[in-house]
Design a protein around this ligand. Structure first.
Ligand code: RIB
Length: 317
């Protein structure tokens, strides 16, 4: 099994359940609030561990109870937190996650210690870049750290999966060439393509093709209930997801990215890995929370068995 290096954020989520996501200027009453381990990087690291991947996680947290909560969750998921940076001065990153009755969410992240996941820290961990086979990255840490990590891994011949979440205002276009797989959701896709958000498949394809022209190698666009779209230089294919009750979509994208990485690391072909990732994230959306909602490899297997799902044998490059 190949090794996965995950580089990214770690947050504690204040997950607030509301009937409907409030509009601008509106005040609503929340139904409940929980304090849960989250952060796109930590969620993906947890998912890699739960889904049976081998690897390690680089991130920065504070020396506070939130940092301990994240370390505990990672350990329970089978991900070694030994290389995490513990900062004395900054608090662990925080996210306010608003989840509606329909399972939709919006998220505000206050970076805190994530800002200390800097290039010097990553340079000090260079052995891990040499040792891994795949790099899994998102964008809740400093931009220069994302560029450094992607460029370094690419120069060492590793497979780079970049989940451009959230898309910064000044997205560096050089990142397109470093990412073997770029995995935006619909909102991120249109933002990267500088297009007004659309909803039709034609608009999604148009935006995706624009990114390919800008230098992206392959895209995997996560489309929520519509599934995931693979877009390569000469191939495109939509993978429909299984239907599930949607409780909370938090960490659905994180599960998708991690599951895809784990299956590539196991040597699966791209089509089958995307299909598996779709199923894993379907399980995630049917449960509450971020890391708590991510299934284990056994639970995904059980889901596939119960639903009699045969994964697509399609071989994509
Ligand atoms: O992808 C979901 C995650 O985004 C949440 O856990 C939150 O912390 C933000 O990073």
């Amino acid at each position: 099994m190949k090794k996965i290096l995950i580089v990214g954020s770690a947050n504690v989520d204040l997950s607030i359940h509301v009937k409907q996501i409030p509009a601008v200027g509106e005040t609503v009453l929340g139904k409940s609030m929980e304090r849960l381990p989250g952060g796109k990087g930590a969620n993906q690291a947890c998912a890699v561990g739960k889904l049976g991947g081998i690897g390690c996680f680089l991130c920065a947290v504070g020396s506070d109870d939130a940092g301990l909560l994240i370390q505990k969750s990672l350990k329970e998921a089978g991900m070694d937190p030994a290389h995490m940076k513990i900062c004395e001065k900054e608090s662990t990153g925080m996210a306010v996650v608003c989840v509606s009755d329909r399972g939709e969410n919006n998220i505000i992240v206050v970076s805190g210690a994530n800002a200390r996941c800097d290039v010097d820290y990553l340079k000090a961990q260079r052995a891990l870049f040499h040792d891994c086979d795949l790099l899994l990255l998102q964008m809740e840490i400093p931009l220069e750290s994302v560029v450094y990590a992607a460029k370094k891994a690419k120069s060492l011949g590793k497979t780079v999966i970049l989940n451009p979440a959230p898309v910064p205002e000044n997205f560096p276009e050089e990142l397109f060439q470093y990412a073997d797989y770029l995995t935006p959701n619909e909102v991120e896709l249109f933002k990267l393509a500088n297009m007004k958000a659309g909803s039709s498949m034609e608009e999604v394809l148009q935006a995706g093709k624009r990114l390919l022209r800008k230098g992206a190698n392959r895209l995997l666009v996560t489309l929520g209930g519509k599934g995931a779209l693979y877009l390569g230089k000469n191939e495109e294919r939509l993978f429909a997801p299984p239907e599930v009750p949607v409780i909370d979509t938090t960490a659905a994208g994180d599960t998708f990215n991690a599951a895809f990485a784990v299956k590539l690391a196991e040597g699966w072909n791209v089509g089958k890995a995307v299909d598996y990732a779709n199923c894993a994230s379907s399980v995630t959306v049917s449960r509450k929370g971020a890391q708590a909602s991510i299934p284990t490899a056994y639970q995904v297997q059980e889901f596939l068995f119960n639903r009699k799902i045969e994964l697509s044998p399609i071989s994509l490059s």
